[in-house]
Design a protein around this ligand. Structure first.
Ligand code: SF4
Length: 441
């Protein structure tokens, strides 16, 4: 029978030393009960705890560190059941015959997409050996790691090249790809001495699974599974079967994150394959080249899939300034759902004016949801205006609310004596014309 968090806590040292990443032993015990952590993360776990909790305390999908990020560690099959926790890493492939490889490394390093307040980046660089010079390949892997500051996926043509490249990326939580039944003994030594994970390949899924089991018996579990390049339908099927077997069937042999090299030769097809990896349990998806347009679409999708459905992304409730507002600048109000805030503030900015934007605490809900839940009412907005001390900054006593909540204008005027409430457009995209036709008329 599964132990509860409180039962597990009794087996922990109860020193609250925080070395496992949790603030208290109880918090860590709760994570263990939810299979979101591994007992190995507590360096002080007693033999008794190890014996009692044993394999049962391990998450059904192994968590593997890649650079500063983690993959795997998931506990649910569908996002809406709870949340997905470790997002698919998007990597970009380079090879040692490409004269522009260094430029690509720099472009990957510099690529940043800021969306709804989050900074999104490429998570890793895969370095594939196509040339015959092992040393040149290894040096390129080293440059990929040190110039970009990102982990590297080493895809070498032979063990000597793999060893040389691994030496260049030591202790960066990088990955040794292309580990097979045949080269596993040598690759294991390389991975262990350089602190790398291994991505296992094979002719069949059974081969990959049996290799993972052998490595586990030798005490090595920093494993990723590369099921190879099949058709989109087969990839979808394999990823789903593997994750379902790990989560629902308790099949530990398939409980590892995946690595997929994408490269159909067609950009649209590649994008679709990467979408599939993001949607269906991919650990690392390696894109064949650096394509900013493709990355925008993929990172946007990934952000949407990997936000916690129970905790909308939100901005801090407060009064925001847009431009350099003064006492005569207009005042707007909306909710603290990130997407709403960024769209509304962006549209006001686009109109070329300075303004005050009042954001009450609506628990991250969008306008209509917050209104329906009673979290974006006239009383709530009035309270925010007063608490944030806005009346000391502005002479104007006009506030614009979203058109979707026109019905709260009376309540807001009642709660904010001396203020006139204006009803703005329903869609933020119409704010610019509203500002010109109503506020600046
Ligand atoms: Fe408790 Fe172990 Fe975590 Fe320290 S590392 S807080 S002892 S569970």
């Amino acid at each position: 029978m599964a132990l509860s968090g409180l039962q597990i806590q009794k087996l922990l040292p109860k020193t609250n030393c925080k070395e496992c990443g949790s603030n208290t032993c109880l918090a860590f015990a709760m994570k263990l009960a939810a299979k979101k952590a591994s007992l190995a993360e507590c360096p002080y776990a007693s033999d008794e705890a190890k014996q009692i909790l044993g394999a049962d305390s391990e998450p059904p999908v192994k968590t593997v560190e890649i650079g500063d990020a983690k993959i795997g560690g998931e506990t649910v099959l569908y996002r809406h059941e709870k949340t997905f926790v470790n997002q698919t890493i998007l990597a970009v492939n380079i090879d040692d015959t490409d004269p522009d490889a260094l430029k690509t490394i720099e472009a990957v390093r510099d690529y940043v997409l800021v969306r709804v307040g989050e900074t999104l980046t490429v998570g890793a660089i895969a370095v594939t050996q196509k040339g015959a010079d092992d040393q040149a390949f290894a040096e390129l892997a080293g440059k990929a790691a040190h110039v970009s500051g990102k982990p590297v996926i080493i895809s070498a043509a032979n063990s000597a090249a793999a060893e040389a490249a691994a030496g260049q990326v030591k202790d960066t939580h990088s990955v040794l790809a292309g580990v097979t039944e045949r080269n596993a003994p040598e690759m294991l030594g390389i991975a262990q001495s350089c602190g790398l994970s291994m991505a296992l390949s094979g002719k069949t899924i059974d081969e990959v699974v049996s290799l993972a089991q052998k490595l586990k018996e030798e005490g090595f579990t920093n494993v990723l599974m590369d099921f190879g390049a099949q058709s989109p339908a087969e990839r979808f099927q394999i990823n789903t079967i593997a994750r379902r077997a790990a989560l629902k069937g308790g099949n530990k042999a398939l409980g590892y994150p995946t690595l997929s090299f994408i490269g159909s030769g067609d950009t649209m097809q590649d994008t679709m394959l990467a979408v599939q990896e993001i949607d269906k349990y991919g650990g690392i998806a390696v894109l064949p080249s650096f394509d900013p347009a493709q990355l925008v679409a993929l990172m946007t999708l990934r952000q949407n899939i990997y936000t916690d459905p129970q905790k909308p992304i939100q901005v801090e409730p407060k009064v925001y300034t847009i431009g350099e507002p003064d006492e005569n600048s207009p005042v707007f109000a909306t909710t603290n759902f990130s997407l709403t805030y960024f769209i509304v503030s962006g549209e006001i900015e686009n109109a070329g004016i300075s303004a005050w934007l009042v954001i009450p605490d609506c628990e991250g809900f969008s306008v209509l949801t917050a209104w329906a839940a009673g979290k974006f009412s006239g009383a709530v907005i009035a309270k925010a205006v007063k608490e944030y001390g806005l009346e000391a900054y502005v002479k104007t006593r006009q506030i614009t609310i979203p058109g979707y909540v026109a019905q709260i204008s009376g309540e807001l005027e009642e709660n904010l004596p001396g203020w006139k409430v204006l009803v703005g457009p329903q869609e933020a995209s119409d704010l610019e014309s509203y500002i010109k036709s109503v506020l600046q008329a």
